[in-house]
Design a protein. Sequence first.
Length: 240
Amino acid sequence: MREWLTNALLDSAEFIPEEAEGYILGRGLPFRLMEEMRVGVWRCPEVPCPDSTFTYRHGQSGSRVDHWLSVPLWSPRGRVVGVEFRRWDGEKSVSKYFLPDTSWSPVFTGMTPSVLNRIWKGGDIWLVEGVFDLALTHAVPDKDVVLSCGGAKITPNQVAFVQRFLDPRAMVHVAFDMDETGRKMVLGYQHPDTGRRVWGVLERLEHVGVRCRDVQYRGKDPGDVWEVTGTPGLRRAFRL
């Protein structure tokens, strides 16, 4: 399945319609990152998909997501571990598919070989929620990286990756959305039904010895700030 999916994603990234490319860049994803991630527009392969789990949700060879954006998800070792499909025609629809090894491999949208290399060299990590929040890449220092956690959360595999690869002198900047959900998941909260304390991202990272901080800024989310005010506005909002 990995070979089928990888080939399909690379084929889909070969030619992106001008309108789709304009949409991607207009949402803030930097061109170089778009190319390295191999973001494309899904084209159903002629070879049938070998995984019934994929076809059950996405149709035969991905027919239900035909012409949607395809955002490959890469492991730190550079292997495809999944894909995020997104409509770009005005309707907000997202669908994801993960290969089995994501049960032990960290999944960050925006992970690429150059990103991992900058982490190795001591760059800070900026954590955001969604793929278009990677627009923050326009504003952070060149040595730093921006990674999307795939929502207002952090998984044990993601925590383990940060703990293992982040330089002890580097910092994790948690820049989730400035809404109620984002703030609760950064700082932690008391579950209203069970009364149980739900750890926030900061607590999870601090628990394993990672230096981190809560990033508060003016705006809804990094992608929205970029769309409204561009790179200068991002730098003002994040004091960069």
